[in-house]
Design a protein around this ligand. Structure first.
Ligand SMILES: [Zn+2]
Ligand SMILES: [Zn+2]
Length: 535
C-alpha cells in the first residue's frame, strides 16, 4: 500500500452517515426521530427523549412504516377469529345522564310547541345547545337529535329498478360468527377472506394496460375510485342486513394492475358465495351532485371572485354563479343521480380457519402494500403503462372530488364554502394527485367491534407484555411535563446525533425484548418440567 488513493477509490467507500442509516434500518430505528424534553415536575431534572416519527409510508421512514404495518397485521389477526364478544354491552345511563336526557326531552317539547305557535325559538334553541353539551360531557356518545342544525335534502329513496332486492333480517347485536360441528364432534368457527373489485372499464391485458385505450372508460374509472369508500360502506350495511348480525371486518384498499381500487376484507363469520353474489349485485351508491355535462368555463374564460358579494361571477354577464346549495336544490325528482357506483361481478371469497397457515398468508396479503401510496404499488415500467397512468390522471383532473372541489367552477357552480383563489384543474384535494389514483379515503377500514381495541391499545399490549416479563413497574411514579424541542433551541440535537441516539435506543429495546423472550421461555420450560414431575 502506498497510502495514495484515487478519488474513485475514496468514493467507493460508504460514508459513515449512510452506514448509520443502514444500521438504523436493520434494527428498525426511526430515521427521523422527534426530540422531546422531559421535565420531572418534582425535581426539575430534564432529559432529552427521542420518539419515533410514526410515519406509515416507507418513502418517509421505512422502519416506522414497517412497524405500523406489523401493528396493523396484529390488529387484523386479533379480531379475525374471535370467539367471544370484544365489547361488553354498555351499562344503562346513570342518574346524572338520565337527568340531562329528561331535561333535553322537555326542552325539545317546549321548543316544538313554541314553533308550532309561531313564537320565537331562539332562546329555547340556545338552551337545547347547552343541554346537548351537558349530555356529551356526562359521557354519553352521539347526539340526542342528530338531524338538528343539519337540515337534510329530501331525496327519492326508491330503489333503482336495475338493483335486485335483498332479503332482510333483523340485526342481532352479536358480532362473532357461527360455529360448525364435524361428524367426530369437533367444532370450528370459520371466517372469510373476500376481495371485491370495480366493474370493467374495457378489456385489459396481464400488465393492466387497456387493449383499446380509446374506448376504455376512464371517466367511469375515475368516478368509481372517487366514491369507492362510500360503496364499501353500503356493502357492509347490506352484508349485516342479510346475515342478521353485526358482521365485523378489517379491510384494506389496494390498487389492481389496471389502477382501479379493490378491497380485501377479513370478515368475521362466513357467507355463501350465492348470498355474496346477490349482495354485490344489489349494492350501489348514488351520488346526487349537480350535472357536469356542460363545461361553462375553460382556458382563459374563467369565473371571477367578487369580494363584495362573496362569490364567483361570470365575467361575460356579471351574474353570480349558483351556489352549491342552490345547485343541489335545482336537482329535481325526475333527474338521474350524477353517478352510480357499483362493484364488478368478479369477486373472490374463501373460508379461513383460526391459526391456519392460510390465515397468516391472508394477513400478509391484506397488509402487503400498506407502506406505499396507492400510486406507488405498481410502478409503471413501460411506455404503455406510463400512458395509462397519464390518461387516468387526465380523467381525474377535472372531475369534482367533493362538494368543495374547485372544479365545480368549470361547470358554472360555486363549490361549497367558496373562497377566493379557486382554480379548476388545480384542486388541492388528495384524490387528484398521482399517488392516490382517485381514492382519497383511508387505506385501512376497521369496524368498531373488530378487536375492541384501538391501534394505541394494540401498541400498549406489546409494551405491557415487555414490562411484565422484565418485572418493571408498569407506571412511573414520577410526574413529567413534555415539551417539543425546536431547531432553534440550544439543546436541540443535530440530525446526526439524533440518528445515533435513535439507534442506541433501539438496541436497548432489542436487548430488553430478547431478555423478556428468554425469561418467557424459561418460565415455560419450568412449567413443562413441573407438569412432568407431577404426572
Ligand atoms: Zn420514523
Ligand atoms: Zn377536487
Amino acid at each position: 500500500m502506498t497510502g495514495r488513493t484515487t478519488r474513485a477509490d475514496r468514493l467507493a467507500h460508504p460514508t459513515t452517515r449512510d452506514a448509520i442509516r443502514a444500521v438504523a434500518e436493520n434494527h428498525g430505528a426511526c430515521l427521523h426521530p422527534i426530540q422531546l424534553r422531559r421535565i420531572n415536575t418534582d425535581t426539575g431534572q430534564t432529559d432529552q427523549v427521542l420518539i419515533p416519527c410514526g410515519a406509515t409510508l416507507a418513502s418517509k421512514c421505512p422502519p416506522c412504516a414497517e412497524r405500523a404495518k406489523v401493528l396493523r397485521a396484529a390488529q387484523c389477526a386479533e379480531g379475525w377469529h374471535l370467539e367471544t364478544e370484544p365489547i361488553a354491552d354498555p351499562p344503562p345511563p346513570d342518574e346524572v345522564q338520565a337527568m340531562w336526557v329528561e331535561h333535553r326531552a322537555q326542552a325539545q317539547a317546549m321548543r316544538d310547541h313554541a314553533e308550532a305557535a309561531g313564537q320565537d325559538t331562539a332562546e329555547l334553541d340556545e338552551l337545547i345547545a347547552e343541554l346537548d353539551q351537558e349530555i356529551a360531557s356526562s359521557g354519553l356518545r352521539g347526539k340526542a337529535d342528530p338531524a338538528r342544525s343539519r337540515p337534510r335534502r329530501h331525496r327519492s329513496t326508491r330503489r333503482r329498478q336495475d338493483a335486485s332486492d335483498l332479503p332482510k333480517r333483523r340485526i342481532s347485536p352479536r358480532t362473532i360468527g357461527k360455529t360448525y360441528a364435524t361428524k367426530d364432534g369437533k367444532t370450528f368457527r370459520p371466517s372469510m377472506f373476500l376481495t371485491l373489485t370495480c366493474p370493467s372499464y374495457g378489456r385489459v391485458g396481464e400488465d393492466g394496460i387497456p387493449a383499446d385505450p380509446d374506448s376504455y372508460n376512464y371517466q367511469r374509472a375515475a368516478r368509481d375510485a372517487l366514491h369507492f369508500a362510500a360503496l364499501f360502506d353500503r356493502f357492509t350495511q347490506n352484508l349485516r342486513r342479510v346475515l342478521g348480525y353485526e358482521v365485523q371486518y378489517f379491510a384494506t384498499i389496494e390498487p389492481q394492475r389496471r389502477l382501479a381500487p379493490h378491497v380485501h376484507v377479513a370478515m368475521r363469520g362466513t357467507i355463501s358465495r350465492a348470498e355474496l353474489r346477490q349482495i354485490i349485485a344489489a349494492t350501489y351508491h348514488q351520488v346526487w351532485w349537480p350535472s357536469t355535462n356542460t363545461v361553462r368555463f375553460d382556458g382563459e374564460y374563467q369565473p371571477i371572485w367578487y369580494e363584495a358579494r362573496g362569490g364567483y361571477l361570470d365575467p361575460a354577464t356579471g351574474e353570480l354563479l349558483p351556489t352549491w346549495d342552490e345547485a343541489l336544490d335545482a336537482i329535481g325528482d325526475d333527474d338521474e343521480p350524477w353517478h352510480v357506483v357499483r362493484f364488478g361481478s368478479k369477486f373472490d371469497a374463501h373460508g379461513v380457519l383460526a391459526g391456519s397457515k392460510d390465515s397468516t398468508r391472508c394477513i400478509g396479503y391484506l397488509t402487503k402494500y400498506l407502506t406505499k401510496q396507492l400510486g406507488e404499488c405498481h410502478q409503471p415500467g413501460t411506455d404503455a403503462q406510463r400512458e395509462h397512468v397519464e390518461r387516468l390522471a387526465d380523467a381525474l383532473r377535472y372531475e369534482p372530488c367533493s362538494p368543495t372541489c374547485a372544479n365545480w367552477l368549470r361547470y358554472g357552480i360555486q363549490p361549497k364554502n367558496s373562497r377566493p383563489g379557486l382554480v379548476p384543474g388545480a384542486c388541492q384535494g388528495k384524490a387528484h394527485r398521482y399517488d392516490h389514483l382517485g381514492y382519497a379515503g383511508r387505506r385501512v377500514l376497521v369496524s368498531r367491534k373488530w378487536s375492541g381495541k384501538t391501534l394505541a391499545d394494540h401498541r400498549g399490549d406489546r409494551q405491557a407484555w415487555l414490562t411484565e416479563r422484565l418485572g418493571l413497574p408498569a407506571t412511573d411514579p414520577a410526574r413529567y411535563r413534555w415539551e417539543q424541542v425546536e431547531p432553534h433551541d440550544k439543546d436541540y440535537l443535530p440530525s446526526g446525533r439524533r440518528l445515533l441516539r435513535s439507534v442506541a435506543d433501539r438496541l436497548q429495546w432489542e436487548n430488553a425484548l430478547n431478555e423478556a423472550r428468554r425469561r418467557a421461555q424459561e418460565a415455560l420450560a419450568a412449567e413443562v418440567s413441573a407438569n412432568g414431575r407431577a404426572a
